[in-house]
Design a protein. Sequence first.
Length: 110
Amino acid sequence: MADAAHQHIVVRCGPRQNQTCLTDPLVLVEVLTPPTMDYDRGGKLKFYKSLPTLRHIALVYQDQTRVEHYERTDEGWRRDVLTGPDHGLRFDAVGFEIDLDRIYFDVPVV
């Protein structure tokens, strides 16, 4: 993760699409890089939140043990900031959970 230039993980359900971009993701995970962090947490995040199928957004920091998890609820988007190695990142929409110590395993964090 420390050498990632710009990485995304997207989870979607349904038939495969022959498109260059996905329009129906359920979960989106983005590894943030310091040069693009402001844009990723600003305009790009606003765009992600506008996608009607998206239920979870996780912004994973490279330079610290920190994940910002946005979950769509009936009231809107809820944000949780996870910083402890025992904190769990949970995507209820797809039945997945992982602790931060597994995400940051063997990654030198300053």
